[in-house]
Design a protein around this ligand. Structure first.
Ligand code: CTP
Ligand code: MG
Length: 399
């Protein structure tokens, strides 16, 4: 399998804004450009650049959707992806992204999802400038219009445009520089470079790109729609003969530390399960079922307790790796059905979200159902959670 080394560069894609000025009725990052959203297009440039940790900052209630979009864009770079909830202002959203960076990261790019058509080479240019010794780097475009300073409707004077540039994103920073500036930010700034400059750092420029304009108004959306190169449609592999079936079960007891993670999502306020990873019995049952279907052993074969990188890992990490293992063995997953036995949490209200998160990570439809056991057994007594999964894999179609 291909193992991507832990990157030193991270891209924080802020996509948590509501898009008031666009006024599309949904958050701007989730507005469709063609058959794909603003966010999905923005991530195309991000994932076409050199490998980096990618942190997508999404509206609190859209994290599942963001993960679906982002996992699709990430392809085999899914391991490098995280989705976190944003804040009330762009600056708070960037701060949430900074908090999710891996320890090894030393160059941080902050990018507006709303600059959906930004080409990959802008990212690479910004990273090179930071690597070349700059603390902070902004891609800029010359201002082409004649600029006037006004008071109300009256022109006061012409402004010399040779001294002006228009700032874009991704803006890049040495990690320690942006972390320190954010830790002490005295106010809200219009962009990250301004914040870092207020902290006394020198900001350098590199060439931006006309395609990196920000979608702000309905007119911008028209412009982006006229420019976009359609993405290849998502094609699901056709089901072919000789499917193979696998079964998996898992049990975890309540009593872990921190928050409950089950079926790929966090359950605030619910008791945590114990286990080497996050104790997500649903994810582990799916892993066993899929591996069994492909004849690849079981969870212990690939994710034993001797693998420290899976300590505390969540479903997305397990399922993304299983997806790769299965692909290497020449199969694609047809579908998975998993049933949870538990008194709590009540799965019903978030079933769709669980299915979306698990399906996105595995790259195949996962259906989730839940039941209680009439008070019988350990699940009935509320001591723990059990999960049962069945998976079908089929031989991968010839390339
Ligand atoms: N952004 C964010 N969190 C916020 C506000 C903005 O992550 N609380 C992101 C947006 O999703 C966008 C980028 O910052 O990708 C630039 O912001 P802007 O273009 O202003 O987007 P919105 O705030 O969504 O739009 P508007 O100001 O029109 O409401
Ligand atoms: Mg805004």
């Amino acid at each position: 399998m291909s193992i991507i080394a832990v990157p030193r560069v991270a891209v924080i894609v802020v996509a948590a804004g509501s898009g008031q000025r666009l006024g599309a009725g949904v958050p701007k990052a989730f507005v469709g450009i063609d058959r794909h959203t603003v966010l999905r297009h923005a991530l195309r440039g991000v994932f076409a650049a050199a490998p980096a940790q990618v942190v997508v900052v999404a509206p609190e209630d859209r994290q599942g959707d963001a993960l679906t979009e982002a996992a699709e864009a990430a392809g085999d770079r899914g391991d490098l992806l995280r989705v976190v909830a944003g804040g009330a202002t762009r600056q708070q959203s960037v701060a949430a992204g900074l908090a999710a960076l891996w320890a090894d990261i030393d160059v941080v790019l902050v990018h507006d999802a709303a600059r959906a058509l930004t080409p990959a080479d802008v990212f690479d240019r910004v990273v090179s400038a930071v690597d070349g010794g700059a603390d902070a780097v902004v891609p800029v475009l010359p201002v082409v219009d004649t600029i006037k300073r006004v008071e109300g409707a009256r022109v006061v004077e012409a402004v010399d445009r040779s001294a002006l540039t228009a700032a874009q994103t991704p803006q890049g920073f040495r990690r320690d520089v942006i972390a320190a500036a954010y830790a002490t930010a005295p106010a809200e700034f219009t962009d990250d470079a301004a914040l870092v400059q207020a902290a006394g750092r020198v900001v350098r420029t590199v060439a931006g790109d006309e395609r990196a304009f920000k979608i702000t108004t309905p007119g911008d959306l028209e412009r982006v729609r006229a420019l976009v190169t359609p993405l290849a449609p998502v094609t699901l592999a056709p089901v072919v003969a000789a499917p193979r079936v696998g079964v998996g079960t898992d049990v975890h007891a309540f009593g872990g530390d921190g928050a409950l993670w089950l079926a790929g999502v966090e359950w605030p306020g619910e008791r945590a399960l114990s286990g080497h990873s996050d104790g997500d019995a649903v994810a582990h049952a799916i892993v066993d079922a899929v591996l069994a279907a492909a004849g690849l052993g079981d969870i212990g074969t690939h994710f034993g307790t001797d693998r420290p990188e899976y300590a505390g890992a969540h479903a997305a990490a397990f399922l993304a790796r299983v997806r790769m293992l299965v692909a290497e063995a020449g199969f694609v997953v047809g579908n998975v059905s998993v049933q949870v036995q538990a008194n709590r949490p009540r799965l019903a209200g978030r079933r769709d979200e669980c299915e979306r998160v698990l399906s996105a990570a595995l790259g195949a439809p996962v259906s989730v159902s839940a039941t209680t056991t009439d008070g019988l057994g350990f699940t009935g007594a509320g001591d723990g959670v059990a999960a049962f999964a069945v998976a079908v894999v089929v031989p991968a179609p010839a390339p």
